[in-house]
Write a protein that binds this ligand. Structure first.
Ligand SMILES: C[S@@+](CC[C@H](N)C(=O)[O-])C[C@H]1O[C@@H](n2cnc3c(N)ncnc32)[C@H](O)[C@@H]1O
Length: 380
């Protein structure tokens, strides 16, 4: 008979907690935490031998808490790696089959400050060389999530997922979801509809892949609904942990008033990558981002007890990465929490949410303006 101490990360939202014991680290549902025997089974222990479990709170994410550092080079036991340089160079130092999840957003070849614009053909060839290396370092049970938008040439768009898809298929990958990431802010287009989504292609290397929807479930519309007939009549019909979030994700992009905004022009929101990390990896797994930017993928990984590895070619962004990762490791990086509803100015009672011309229209004196035979015209 013995007792076992578990330590849990404090800042996890949702229904799961990462636990650490002398047996290692793992992730279990809150319901499971309450049922000690199941918790122990998750850790491969014999429940009969354990009489007592105590839980304490960890102040730091597990992987970094152990190592207390951000490495500059890859090594399999590092908790966080920021390689300052070309991603192919970093990839060449990673042994085959070590990575559980590759998640990234490459340059879109738009001539942004961090890229040199080139023809679409050489761009695709360059992407192919990086994707091939990512495939090599990925475990057979692993996943790749390639997040892209449009390449734009003279007003004509090329959705990059369409042109990159064949590269993954040639390498034997299997597409599991094409996740549409919808956001509400961005450039206003005048000769086409403004772009308000990008996509994440989620591929697995094989059919035996890790996927756990429980940590990323979202609230049901009608959680109180019950079976009204049959053997389960009267019981709640939905999963108490919430519903599968589906493949259309509305998550605010990081614009100037977002709490995570840095000087990088197109950083991921942390919550976008957290969803992928939680569903596609286990605690202690390795998450790689070959185009790290300001460190978001590593941050999402370490916030959930995974290891994070990334390459960033521009020193200024690599520096911001290290700073943000260090804050995340202390638990003091400000992030927008997963599952917070999208801000609705009307619900929040903000001013300026009613169009002034509608107000005018409803007032008697202005009625004349709209009664003069120009029915249906806007006042502009
Ligand atoms: C679209 S941004 C990714 C931003 C990132 N998702 C984040 O949350 O900050 C692409 C990044 O890749 C970097 N980059 C471009 N070419 C690279 C290369 N060959 N190796 C490593 N990083 C590169 C750019 O400097 C840029 O910061």
């Amino acid at each position: 008979m013995s007792s076992l101490e578990f330590r849990a990360t404090p800042f996890l939202a949702g229904s799961h907690r990462i636990l650490q014991s002398s047996e290692g680290i793992g992730e279990v549902s809150l319901a499971t935490v309450e049922k000690y025997a199941n918790t122990l089974l998750d850790f491969g222990r014999n429940p009969e031998r354990i009489t007592q479990i105590t839980m304490t709170t960890l102040n730091q994410p597990l992987s970094l808490a152990k190592r207390g550092r951000i490495a500059g080079q890859y090594s399999s036991d590092e908790g966080a790696v920021v390689f300052e340089g070309d991603c192919l160079q970093l990839l060449s130092t990673i042994p085959s089959g070590e990575i559980d999840l590759v998640v990234t957003s490459p340059p879109y070849n738009l001539g942004k400050s961090y890229e040199r614009r080139q023809g679409l053909k050489p761009y695709i060839a360059q992407q192919k060389s990086v994707i091939q290396e990512c495939a090599r370092v990925l475990k057979s049970t692993g996943s790749i999530c390639w997040q892209v938008g449009n390449y734009v040439d003279d007003g004509a768009i090329t959705p990059l997922d369409i042109v990159l898809f064949p590269i993954f298929i040639e390498l034997g990958f299997r597409l599991r979801n094409r996740i549409v990431w919808h956001f509400e802010h961005g450039l206003h287009c005048s000769r086409r509809l403004s772009g308000r989504y990008e996509t994440i292609l989620w591929f697995t290397k094989g059919d035996d892949y890790h996927f756990d929807v429980d940590p990323i479930r979202v609230p049901q519309k009608y959680p109180g609904k019950k079976y009204f007939k049959g053997p389960r009549a009267g019981e709640y019909s939905c999963n108490p942990l919430g519903k599968n979030p589906g493949d259309l994700w509305t998550i605010p992009n990081v614009k100037s008033n977002h709490v995570e905004k840095t000087e990088h022009p197109c950083q991921f929101p942390v919550e976008l990558i957290e969803r992928l990390v939680l569903a596609l990896t286990r605690p202690g797994d390795r998450v790689l981002d070959p185009y790290l930017g300001v460190g978001t993928s590593v941050i999402a990984a370490i916030r959930h007890g995974r290891r994070g590895i990334g390459a960033e070619i521009l020193p200024e962004y690599a520096k911001i990465s290290r700073e943000r990762i260090a804050l995340a490791a202390e638990g003091s990086l400000e992030v927008r929490p997963m599952n917070r509803p999208v801000f609705d100015p009307q619900d929040a009672g903000k001013q300026l949410t009613t169009a002034p011309w509608n107000e005018i229209q409803s007032s008697g004196s202005q009625q004349i303006l709209f009664d003069g035979g120009k029915e249906g015209r806007s006042p502009k």
